[in-house]
Design a binder for this molecule. Structure first.
Ligand SMILES: NC(=O)c1ccc[n+]([C@@H]2O[C@H](COP(=O)([O-])OP(=O)(O)OC[C@H]3O[C@@H](n4cnc5c(N)ncnc54)[C@H](O)[C@@H]3O)[C@@H](O)[C@H]2O)c1
Length: 381
């Protein structure tokens, strides 16, 4: 790829200026020594200016930061004009595959929001395409970037915390009917999926990261209890990982919107690990067999490794961690922590769950064939 860095900063473009893109803008702004925002793209021509004015107060050196931004409504025109080093893709999930493929083929690294795509076939195609082109995919799997999570991952991988017994995940990420009415794509099988594909996918990815393993089997049940949408608002099931560990999963958007909770438990031989985010407040405990809580020890280790300023920044906005990591991966020619394969595996886990509901049986992972949107649309909830 041609060297189009300005003062060694990587040029970033954002395609899709909706709700989540504000987190991207704030992260790029905080990394202004390494990244420069060159374009905002949206089919709605008013979206870029709305986005910038909505986060104006949170942007440092606003005039300087916005001076480099060009607005586009056609992302292909932007790709050919600017050839950005990184493209952040924050369009509705049903468009991820085509936009991501076009960006990779035009030579940009991508930061792709979750879920990677709506199909296991296209998710695999994307990460293999990126690998073959020597480009990075960083996934918007924010939980991997929460403070101390990477250290727990390291200790699980090294065996320091012993064998994993089992895990449990709760994602009660309530959205009311008004949320699903905000845009026609929300809650549809084709463009969004339900509680599993949209919200719980983060948690499935985190369990793979912490267990350092892929799930090999899934058995699930789903329902649509309260929300006026096509897909499921509640899912419960069990995955079995390659290491034998079972992991129970509850994912729902049918709870109250002001009572968001994502909680994780891993029962390992040498530690009982709890990570939880409730109403925006994080809590961690790592309990030894003798009852000692190692959470502060982990926090000190994290600050020593990454610095207090980094910890505060990722705690406020995990997308800051994703961009920091992607910039590092590009410049060191290594992989991001939440790489393209992790995007594919998480989508495959969700679709395996959906197939298990469709067939009312246990399903082996990774899926041997594509689970198509048409099959999702036939699910009776
Ligand atoms: N990682 C996270 O924490 C997180 C949080 C929220 C949403 N997301 C994901 O981010 C994506 C976007 O979600 P959102 O809530 O911001 O949606 P949104 O509907 O608020 O925004 C999407 C934007 O994309 C624009 N758009 C649609 N088609 C386009 C095209 N062809 N070219 C350019 N722009 C186009 C729309 O006009 C809209 O402004 C989804 O995939 C969602 O799952 C991730």
């Amino acid at each position: 790829m041609e060297d189009n860095t300005e003062n060694n900063r990587l040029k970033v473009a954002i395609i899709g200026c909706g709700r989540v893109s504000e987190k991207h803008i704030r992260a790029i702004n905080r990394l202004s020594d390494r990244l420069i925002l060159c374009a905002l793209v949206d089919t709605n021509p008013d979206a870029p200016s709305h986005l910038l004015s909505s986060c104006r107060k949170k942007i440092k050196k606003y005039a300087e930061f916005t001076a480099s931004i060009k607005n586009y409504i056609d992302y292909k025109e932007m790709l050919s004009d600017l050839k950005p080093d990184i493209v952040a893709i924050t369009v509705p999930s049903g468009l991820h595959f085509q936009v991501a493929k076009d960006c990779l083929q035009s030579g940009s690294h991508i930061l792709l929001e979750k879920p990677m795509t709506m199909s296991n076939k296209t998710s695999r195609e994307l990460y293999q395409l990126a690998d073959s082109l020597g480009l990075c995919i960083a996934m918007g799997h924010i939980y991997r970037y929460f403070p101390i999570v990477s250290l727990i991952h390291e200790d699980m991988a090294s065996g320091a915390l012993g064998k994993v017994g089992h895990g449990s995940v709760v994602v009660r990420w309530g959205h009311d009917n008004d949320y699903y009415k905000q845009a026609a794509w929300r809650g549809t099988w084709r463009s969004d999926g339900g509680a599993l594909m949209n919200q719980t996918v983060h948690a499935l990815d985190l369990m793979c990261y912490l267990m350092n393993d892929d799930a090999l089997k899934v058995k699930g049940m789903m329902a649509r209890r309260f929300r006026d949408m096509e897909a499921e608002d509640t899912a419960m099931g069990v995955y079995q990982f390659g290491n034998g560990a079972l992991c129970q999963v509850e994912g729902t958007t049918a709870t109250f919107p002001n009572d968001h909770e994502a909680s994780f438990f891993i029962n390992a031989e040498k530690a009982a690990i709890r990570i939880s985010l409730h109403k925006g407040k994080p809590s961690y405990s790592i309990i030894t067999p003798k009852g000692k809580n190692l959470a502060f020890r982990y926090l000190r280790r994290y600050i020593k490794k990454f610095g207090l300023s980094y910890l505060i920044s990722v705690a406020k906005n995990p997308h800051y961690g994703i961009y920091t990591d992607l910039q590092r991966a590009i410049t060191t020619r290594t992989s991001p922590i939440a790489d393209g394969r992790s995007g594919y595996i998480a989508v495959d886990m969700v679709l395996g769950f959906y197939r298990s509901v469709a067939k009312n049986t246990e399903i082996e992972l990774p899926l041997a064939s594509e689970f198509k949107i048409e099959e999702m649309e036939k699910l009776e909830l």
